[in-house]
Design a protein around this ligand. Sequence first.
Ligand SMILES: CC(C)(COP(=O)(O)OP(=O)(O)OC[C@H]1O[C@@H](n2cnc3c(N)ncnc32)[C@H](O)[C@@H]1OP(=O)(O)O)[C@@H](O)C(=O)NCCC(=O)NCCS
Length: 334
Amino acid sequence: MLVRPLRLDDEAELRRAHQIGYRGDMEDGRPWNNVWTFEEMAVALRQQTPGQRHEMLGIFDGDRMVGAGVVWCSLEDNLDKAMVIPVVEPELRRRGIGGELLEGLVEYVRGLGRTEIMSGTSVAFEERDTAPVLRFAKAHGFTPANTEVVRMLSLPLPEALLDEIDAEGAAYAEGYEVRSYVGEVPEELLASYCHLLNQLVVDSPTGEMDFEPEQVTPDAVRHDVERDRAVGRMVFRSFAVRDGEAVAHSDLVVRPAGHRASQWGTLVRADHRGHRLGAAVKVANLRALQKHRPEVTEVVTQNSEVNAQMIGINERLGFRAVALVPEFLRRDAG
Ligand SMILES: CC(C)(COP(=O)(O)OP(=O)(O)OC[C@H]1O[C@@H](n2cnc3c(N)ncnc32)[C@H](O)[C@@H]1OP(=O)(O)O)[C@@H](O)C(=O)NCCC(=O)NCCS
């Protein structure tokens, strides 16, 4: 079998890879997974975010694509790292396809100079110690590095609950202004917003994995804002602003299809913690979401199982845990 990058001008090839990703993630009883629409996937591959490399490789048995894998890495920071995710459709598993694909993905990112290779996938709670993917990862030299928990929240939330959480935080958050935006980031907040995005991997618990700050630039954010809008994603961003800077943010995306919103990052800058700003930006975002997209029925979020502060806020809002995400790391010699 051959593992190679997809040809981005080959529509049928991209569609087949999307089908494998969709079926592999959604047709084996893991409804909490988030799967991109075909258009989101195609546009992300064809219009790369500046400073990042996002690719898909296929594994081919003759002419037939039998598995597909995602490769993601930054070109500006964390240059020793890459994320790889192999997927095989349910009925083609346990024939060695996933293993050969995973080794092909590893070889590919090794060619990009990466020696810390990360992967991960969601499993049911009761499979914490027995999920087949644990054996699969181990067989390929990946060891558990972190465990995240997926949580879901049913909407709509009663306005009274949002008001109550805001009221609890009001005395702590004096002097901060909370602002919400749909599908845009104002120019004057771009630099401080990038700082928050770049700190997330450093400030949030990531187990054995050790990251340096990311280097996302205002240009990259402008690019993604345009791309998201063009593909029909609606991104909600709420900020806590002080002295003209965003010092806390929370981002949510509603995909072009379906009734679900996915939580992206939430961060309060280290020197502004203790003011209940995490709850304030989350509540503001949920209010905006409910106002603009009342048909959305659920929000899905994921964070490290030891991230007590974020989990506390999420549980106060009513999120309930639905699955685990073991994250794996393989460290190869440089
Ligand atoms: C993980 C995945 C890619 C494996 O693909 P695959 O083609 O079945 O992989 P292989 O045939 O090379 O290896 C299968 C091995 O994994 C383990 N495994 C996988 N599925 C298993 C199952 N249902 N029961 C028991 N063991 C299983 C076993 O160790 C198995 O080896 P064995 O068949 O010799 O016992 C596939 O299950 C998948 O797409 N899962 C969803 C996405 C995902 O979890 N990606 C992995 C991120 S690390």
